[in-house]
Design a binder for this molecule. Structure first.
Ligand code: ADP
Ligand code: NA
Length: 330
């Protein structure tokens, strides 16, 4: 009771989530289960706005959900579901699309960037309407808080505008959501290019730590991590980005503070330090990998868990959709 509704949607991710997704997002999602009423949605409808291979999309949607579950998303405390399982998302999107200006949708910078990449013929109406579907995702659940990065800020603004507009034209219906800025959130960098954020779109996988990598591969990536020619384990993101990134990672996975870690590694070389970071990450990630593989090997159990979320989400979403249809005059 009185827990704020938080909505977060994530695209199905090609083969594995990475350590940045885990420490920067997933750890927060799991923590939110104690203080919020979180709704976590694998947004496969959003994914098809650019070309997808059907079999790969199906697999990656399930693998993404499995990794959330394995990392601690709990279907009793969070509503975890696949977007295409709840038809109300597309139904509300149609209504919202009908109060969205062509001009205002045309101003979305993410659309401009993505459509430039796809070319005129490759740019779909779905890609154009993407932010309207995102507004529907959020507004269907009476969402109060939306964790957003900079790239989604403009879309959240549009969502707020559409909620206001609908409420003004048709009577109070939607809660106008706010952005949720996480209190503390690790920002993880690439192990080979420590000034760049760890990202699935990195040119090389050598610095990308994947949750589903074999533990030996993870250990090797850490042993080969770029540091510098010094020998001091000291936190200095500008001067020592490689070492500082490893300190951030070690602090995040062990719960220890950076000064504590600096003291512990005083007078010891980078070798020991890197091995310890590798061990700590493997210790934290290995059970998540194992549980993910277990869920992928047990489709009936994964289906059962996703059906719980779909049923709960549908019930809430349909209640809102009925109100909307009524207000609109259907
Ligand atoms: P990517 O950057 O690999 O494409 P996404 O953009 O799909 O990842 O991000 C999914 C979630 O993971 C978002 O909440 C994002 O803020 C978080 N995230 C992604 N990369 C990092 C990172 N390097 N450090 C911290 N959080 C990250
Ligand atoms: Na990204």
């Amino acid at each position: 009771p009185n827990r704020p509704v938080v909505f977060s949607g994530m695209q199905p991710s090609s083969d594995s989530l990475h350590l940045g997704n885990y420490l920067g997002a997933l750890v927060n999602w799991v923590a939110l289960q104690d203080e919020a009423d979180p709704i976590y949605c694998v947004v496969d409808l959003h994914a098809i706005t650019v070309p997808q291979d059907p079999k790969a999309l199906h697999e990656s949607t399930r693998r993404t959900a499995a990794q959330y579950l394995a990392a601690g998303v709990d279907v009793e405390r969070a509503t975890l579901f696949v977007q295409s399982h709840v038809p109300a998302h597309t139904e509300l999107a149609w209504v919202l699309g009908s109060i969205t200006g062509f001009g205002e949708a045309s101003r979305m910078t993410q659309f401009k960037d993505k459509s430039a990449k796809q070319g005129t013929e490759g740019t779909t109406v779905g890609l154009f309407a993407y932010p309207v579907l995102m507004a529907a995702d959020i507004l269907l659940y009476g969402t109060q808080l939306v964790p957003v990065g900079d790239d989604q800020r403009q879309h959240l603004e549009l969502t707020r505008d559409l909620a206001h507009r609908f409420n003004t034209r048709f009577g109070d219906t939607f809660i106008v959501p706010e952005a949720l800025i996480p209190k503390e959130s690790a920002r993880i960098h690439d192990l080979q290019e420590p000034t760049a954020k760890m990202s699935k779109s990195a040119a090389s996988e050598a610095g990308l730590v994947k949750l589903l990598d074999d533990p030996a591969v993870t250990a090797k990536k850490f042993r080969s991590a770029v540091t510098d020619t010094g020998r001091e384990v000291r936190y200095d993101p500008a001067g020592k980005p490689g070492v500082s990134n490893l300190l951030d990672i070690l602090a995040a996975v062990t719960g220890r503070t950076i000064p504590e870690l600096e003291t512990e590694y005083q007078g010891r070389g980078y070798g020991d330090f890197k091995t310890d970071v590798a061990d700590a990450v493997v210790e934290r990630v290995a059970p998540i990998r194992a549980r993910t593989l277990e869920l992928m090997d047990d489709p009936a159990e994964l289906d059962r868990l996703l059906a719980i979320g779909a049923a709960r989400a549908s019930e809430r979403a349909e209640r809102m959709l009925r109100t909307v249809y009524d207000r609109v005059g259907f």
